[in-house]
Design a protein around this ligand. Structure first.
Ligand code: SF4
Length: 342
């Protein structure tokens, strides 16, 4: 059905439909270990701005949530965080923000150049800055960025347009295709448990990840935020996200997949459960403690009171609980390295 190099998606989906969650997870875990070993890559996450011009219905920092205390780190602060992270041994940084117009194409390009210089070209930089023009993606790639994350969130075109201010799924996929054409290591993913989503949507979400050969796939449970239009939506169990993680792992053996903070926020052992279901990445949040409490896409987010550097010790213990070991190296996705995704 699935080996590291050959996947029969129809057989995988047929298996998924009938397998118990325990069986599914066991198989995904075995496959993950056969490809990635017991390693879990560490990424230093910097949430540098919670300003956003978009109004996604599920998101706690959406433009129209006037209760959010907005913040924006300066480029110098962002550079200092990556230098500090580099000294602590981290070799990948994820720079994530809302769709904040202050961070123009040129400002981000200058930032990338400074980070690469100050960290001696030894780190990979992942950007997560939403849909931008193809020429901007080209500029940032040339300025030294390595990877881009842009989750499509749902493969249902109507649901996508409804939840994301009318932006079409097609436009998002076009931007992901632009990134692929320009040589980026491309990450995407989806939310699990959105109101209006069905089991068939979740299967289509996973198959879309397979069809697009994403190098990285992030899957997080939907957690209703009280200051959004979806405040009253029901909370679905983490099990749905674990099943989706295992399904994607079986479809994309070579992809890097984070054990998401949202999973750890919904369930105290959520990240361990994700790692046991095929995830192989953790992202300690190194955003300064005085502002990271304001980057709440969903409520009850964990790890807000301690520095990301302190979190690494905790993550080390958590990975050992599932017989895995954290690794500080760049950890490029094997699919991108091998050109399988071309
Ligand atoms: S999901 Fe992203 S683009 Fe949408 S409102 Fe939140 S931060 Fe902005």
């Amino acid at each position: 059905m699935t080996t590291a190099t050959s996947v029969d998606p129809k057989a995988v989906v047929a298996y998924y439909r009938t397998a118990s969650t325990g069986e599914l997870i066991q198989r995904a875990d075995a496959l993950c270990r056969s490809v990635h070993g017991d390693k879990v890559w560490l990424r230093g996450l910097v949430e540098f701005s919670n300003f956003c011009g978009m109004d996604c219905q599920y998101c706690g920092i959406r433009h129209s949530n006037s209760k959010v205390e907005r913040y924006r780190l300066t480029p110098e602060q962002i550079i200092d965080l990556t230098v500090q992270g580099h000294e602590a041994g981290l070799r990948t940084f994820v720079l994530q923000g809302g769709e904040d117009p202050w961070f123009t194409a040129d400002r981000v390009a200058q930032l990338l150049d400074s980070i690469k210089t100050r960290t001696k070209g030894e780190v990979a930089i992942t950007l997560s800055l939403g849909i931008r023009p193809r020429e901007t993606f080209r500029l940032w790639k040339n300025a030294g960025a390595d990877r881009y994350l842009m989750r499509f969130e749902t493969s249902d075109p109507d649901l996508h347009a409804r939840l994301r201010c009318g932006v079409s799924l097609e436009r998002r996929l076009e931007a992901l295709d632009d990134l692929r054409d320009l040589g980026w290591e491309v990450g995407s993913g989806f939310m699990v448990g959105l109101p209006g989503e069905t089991e068939e949507t979740r299967i289509r979400n996973a198959l879309l990840c397979y069809e697009k050969h994403f190098d990285m796939v992030g899957i997080g449970p939907f957690i209703p935020h009280p200051e959004t239009p979806l405040a009253q939506a029901p909370q679905q169990p983490l099990e749905l996200a674990l099943r989706a993680t295992a399904l994607v792992r079986l479809l994309l053996p070579l992809a890097n997949m984070p054990a998401t903070t949202a999973a750890g926020s919904l369930d105290k052992q959520g990240r361990e459960k994700m790692m046991a279901a095929g995830a192989n990445v953790l992202m300690p949040n190194i955003t300064p403690e005085d502002v990271k409490k304001n980057y709440l896409l969903y409520p009850n987010k964990i790890c807000l009171d301690e520095s990301g550097f302190e979190c690494i010790n905790c993550l080390d213990i958590r990975t050992h609980l599932v017989q895995k070991t954290i690794d500080y190296a760049r950890g490029d996705s094997p699919s991108w390295r091998s050109g399988q995704s071309e």
